[in-house]
Write a protein that binds this ligand. Structure first.
Ligand SMILES: O=C[C@H](O)COP(=O)(O)O
Length: 222
């Protein structure tokens, strides 16, 4: 089960403002990426459960994080049904991210008091998610909507906490636009979890990009 409460997860999302996300089928490589993110200062990580046997990799990763990086809050993404959400919570997921809003997922996560963040793309979906107990909605795909969409939502609903994901980039300009619009944090995958020309993850660049981003986000949040 989760080792962090949903309140602790939400607070860390708010404090650090960043949720890196990635998937890899090889546990050794997955561990290296998580460690690089941790060394860069990230304290949340979403493992996107997109491959066959992803739950087996996640289970091992979850044990690794508990033993070696106990301050890291490991969650899971790309969850599309309640059974998968339950499986990953049993494997230690501290938060559940989903590409779409589904009531069955809300029910099983609320039952275990695990934070869940559903992909939403309209004010109606956001309102429904909040009625179901959602603390932080994922605006997905973020770049298709953009910071102006967030500003428009925060007008009538200043209480809404938003995490754009999909197409978010680590540049100062992009981060400034999102945080000025009022997002709580950003989710970031391909533009952060860099690969080298040979296809291997560039762990040094991942670490330095996160260090740099966290500085920028901290300034934008103060
Ligand atoms: O839900 C996850 C997104 O597909 C990640 O998008 P990204 O790789 O553009 O950050």
């Amino acid at each position: 089960m989760a080792t962090f409460t949903r309140i602790a997860v939400a607070q860390t999302m708010n404090q650090t403002g960043l949720v890196p996300l990635f998937y890899h089928h090889d546990i050794q490589i997955a561990k290296q990426v998580v460690k690089a993110c941790y060394d860069g200062g990230a304290r949340l990580l979403e493992f996107t459960a997109r491959g066959d046997f992803a739950h087996e990799v996640f289970g091992q990763l979850s044990l690794y994080v508990r033993e070696e990086l106990p301050e890291m809050i490991l969650g899971v993404g790309s969850i599309t049904d309640a059974a998968s959400a339950s499986l990953y919570m049993s494997l230690g997921a501290n938060f559940i991210v989903t590409p779409v809003l589904r009531e069955d997922i809300a029910v099983v996560c609320n039952r275990r008091k695990v934070l869940w963040s559903p992909g939403c793309g309209s004010l109606t979906e956001i309102a429904k998610a909040e009625e179901l107990g959602c603390e932080i909605v994922k605006l997905f795909p973020g770049s298709m909507y953009g910071p102006e969409f967030v500003k428009a939502i925060k007008g009538p609903q200043p209480w809404t906490s938003i995490m754009p994901t999909g197409g978010v980039s680590p540049t100062q300009e992009n981060l400034e636009a999102w945080f000025a619009a009022g997002v709580m944090c950003v989710g970031m995958g391909s533009k952060l979890i860099h690969k080298k020309e040979n296809g291997e993850f560039n762990l040094i660049k991942i670490k330095s990009t996160i260090q740099n981003m966290l500085k920028i986000i901290k300034e934008l949040k103060t």
